[in-house]
Design a protein. Structure first.
Length: 248
């Protein structure tokens, strides 16, 4: 019973390990792209590489050579270039080999390397081959046959970062602009209210001045009337007091 359980465990473990290895083997291919697939006399050349990456991350390059006849390669040089700041060309990696036969057979080179910092935009590959190809009784020599092609696109993360900052600033500007117009609208409302209150104040001031003038006139008239009344009373009393006495 224990042996059965152990056997079942080993089978499950083996299947899981196989699936894991399969997933790991398939994952890089999901980001791979064929950038060059062509034939030169006697050789089929194919280059697959990481489709897109960014500075400080990796590029994987797979070079396949397939001999279509009796081929002898004297030298092979695959150079991969990047561009600092998208302009200045630099060599990032080379694949070099020499003196090997490729007689109706294939050879593969698989390399992974990091992208230098501040390198972005499209990378460039260049293959230089020196070889001989034999066709029946005729051998043809090829000296420094050069093949060039564009490769992996390196994202400009620095520009994207600046773009994100610019978008953030635009959003903040829009919010501030909206707040400004809201405050501006409030200001004009308050200004209109102020003008209305100011107009009312001056109207009340004018009414107060008018009423004050009327009050002053009333007070003056009352004072004159009072003085006249007092004078009249005093005169009357005086006349009464001055009336001649009758002698009987």
């Amino acid at each position: 019973m224990k042996k059965l359980k152990l056997s079942a465990f080993l089978v499950i473990f083996t299947i899981a390990l196989t699936l894991t290895c399969f997933v790991k083997a398939q994952t890089p291919a999901q980001n791979m792209k064929t950038f060059f697939d062509s034939e030169v006399p006697g050789i089929k050349v194919q280059v697959n590489a990481t489709e897109e990456t960014q500075p400080t991350q990796n590029i994987t390059v797979v070079l396949n050579l397939n001999g279509q006849t009796n081929v002898y390669v004297k030298s092979l040089n695959l150079s991969i270039f990047g561009f600092v700041n998208g302009t200045n060309k630099i060599l990032m990696r080379s694949i070099i080999d020499s003196n090997f036969p490729l007689n109706y057979s294939s050879k593969e080179y698989n390399r992974t390397f990091p992208v230098p910092e501040h390198v972005w935009d499209t990378t460039y590959g260049e293959i230089v081959l020196t070889y001989s190809a034999k066709y029946e009784i005729v051998t043809v020599d090829f000296d420094k046959l050069t093949l060039g092609f564009t490769m992996t696109h390196v994202k400009n993360v620095y520009l994207e970062e600046l773009q994100n900052k610019l978008d953030s600033l635009k959003e903040k500007y829009q919010l501030l602009n909206n707040s400004y117009w809201q405050l501006n609208g409030t200001y004009w409302q308050l200004n209109a209210t102020y003008e209305s209150l100011n107009q009312t104040f001056w109207e009340l001031q004018q009414n107060y001045t008018s009423l004050k003038g009327s009050t002053d006139n009333t007070r003056t008239a009352a004072t004159v009337l009072a003085i006249t009344t007092v004078f009249f009373v005093a005169t009357t009393i005086y006349m009464v007091m001055r009336k001649p006495k009758e002698y009987w």
